[in-house]
Write a protein that binds this ligand. Structure first.
Ligand SMILES: *Cc1c(COP(=O)(O)O)cnc(C)c1O
Length: 396
């Protein structure tokens, strides 16, 4: 009796096998055992490879970090975190010193905007926002105590492209850290580290993992001391990713390039189809010649347009409601980068905390709709979107 219950509690060892799994195994273990204190010592000293405790690092995070780093053109040292926001947190917690000032783009992702305007100031860091499509505006926001500039490679939801090369040069001239959130564009279209960025940041949750079943982030610098500082912050503040999420993201990455290219060609077709539709006042797509930053999308992205399309309906909220209801079965859900196409309405979600006039200043009306394009055939999507465009004009 007692033997039997002991054997339930005793830890098993995997069966011997001369062959190895083709798929990288999921390793949820929180803790790792060592042979003796000398061996553990050697691990801590870094002379022997090994793991100790999952918050400090685990095999699934390391595999994912090396793949993501390779994709961004940085060989090693990146840190995978429990979300995209955790990655941005690790960057600031790891790199800022007391008294530092940070300049951010004025159209950042909602929670990044809140981090700069509410949370960093609460901790004593001063911040300013500036229009990143205008390098002079960013320069004007720099102070003697400025330490870093944070921008996104494409703004949400108006899909404007910052003056990345100008700001990169500015940051280099002034000795500032240039932090680039590359979530929307991904290394498939642009690698910030090759263009003067010091740190590249991702919400892996979005296009990289790609199936809306993983919440993860990633940050990597070319400089290993910067990587070390971000990693220490992530370990100390507990921004650690789950092994299962890392494992799923690794699986998602195998098809990333196929998914990206397919979604992009579908997005280009949708943008063109919507540009002619009744009741659609404007289409925003970086791959179209009528995009305000078309010259920059050619220079930086080789003319590629990406997987996001935004539209502005001529009418207001009622028209947005009618469009979204009529677009069913395309889902209305506030994320991006999923394999299936998703619609979002910034005025009621990501930008709801801004006043109507602040939103209108950014060109985000009640009739503004963002389309995160999936990997469907354009011919299956265009009829739904055309029907939605027609339906919302009927009531006017
Ligand atoms: C979603 C997103 C984030 C935050 O990522 P989470 O994984 O949701 O924490 C940061 N930046 C951008 C541009 C995003 O789209």
């Amino acid at each position: 009796m007692s033997d039997q219950s002991d054997s339930i509690v005793r830890r098993s060892t995997p069966p011997d096998s001369a062959s190895r799994p083709v798929v990288n195994p999921l390793q949820p273990s929180v803790v790792y055992s060592s042979t003796d204190p000398d061996e553990l010592d050697a691990q801590y000293e870094g002379t022997l490879a090994g793991y100790t405790y999952a918050r400090e690092g685990h095999p699934n995070a390391d595999t994912l970090a090396s793949t993501l780093g390779w994709m961004e053109g940085a060989p090693a040292g990146g840190v995978v975190t429990s979300s995209g926001m955790a990655a941005i947190g690790a960057v600031f917690l790891g790199l800022l010193e007391q008294g530092d000032h940070v300049v951010g783009g004025d159209q950042l992702y909602g929670r990044s905007h809140r981090m700069l305007t509410v949370d960093l100031p609460r901790l004593g860091f001063e911040t300013s926002l500036a229009d990143p499509t205008d390098c002079d505006a960013v320069e004007a926001a720099i102070r003697p105590e400025t330490r870093a500039i944070l921008v996104e490679t494409v703004s949400n939801p108006t899909l404007r492209i910052p003056d990345l090369l100008g700001i990169s040069q500015l940051a280099a001239d002034r000795g500032l850290l240039f932090l680039v959130d590359n979530t929307f564009i991904t290394p498939r279209m642009f690698r910030p580290l090759g263009h003067g960025a010091d740190v590249v940041i991702h919400s892996v949750t979005k296009l990289l993992a790609g199936h809306s079943d993983v919440t993860l982030g990633f940050a990597i610098a070319a400089d290993q001391a910067v990587n070390e500082a971000m990693r220490d912050a992530a370990v100390t503040w507990g921004l650690t990713p789950s092994p299962f999420d890392c494992w799923l993201a690794e699986r998602g990455l195998h098809t990333f390039e196929l998914r990206y290219d397919r979604a992009e060609s579908t997005a280009a077709a949708l943008a063109d189809a919507l540009a002619g539709a009744d009741g659609v006042e404007a289409v925003f797509y970086p791959g179209r010649d009528d995009h305000p930053d078309r010259a920059r999308s050619k220079e930086l992205f080789g003319g590629r347009g990406g997987t996001m399309v935004s539209i502005r309906l001529a009418g207001g909220r009622e028209h947005a409601n009618a469009f979204i209801r009529a677009a069913s079965p395309i889902r209305f859900a506030p994320t991006l980068g999923d394999v299936s196409t998703l619609l979002s309405h910034p005025a009621s979600s990501s930008h709801r905390r801004l006043s109507e006039s602040e939103r209108e200043g950014m060109g985000i009306t009640e009739g503004f709709i963002r389309i995160s394009v999936g990997i469907e055939d354009p011919d299956t999507l265009i009829p739904h979107l055309a029907a939605a465009a027609a339906a919302q004009t009927l009531g006017s």
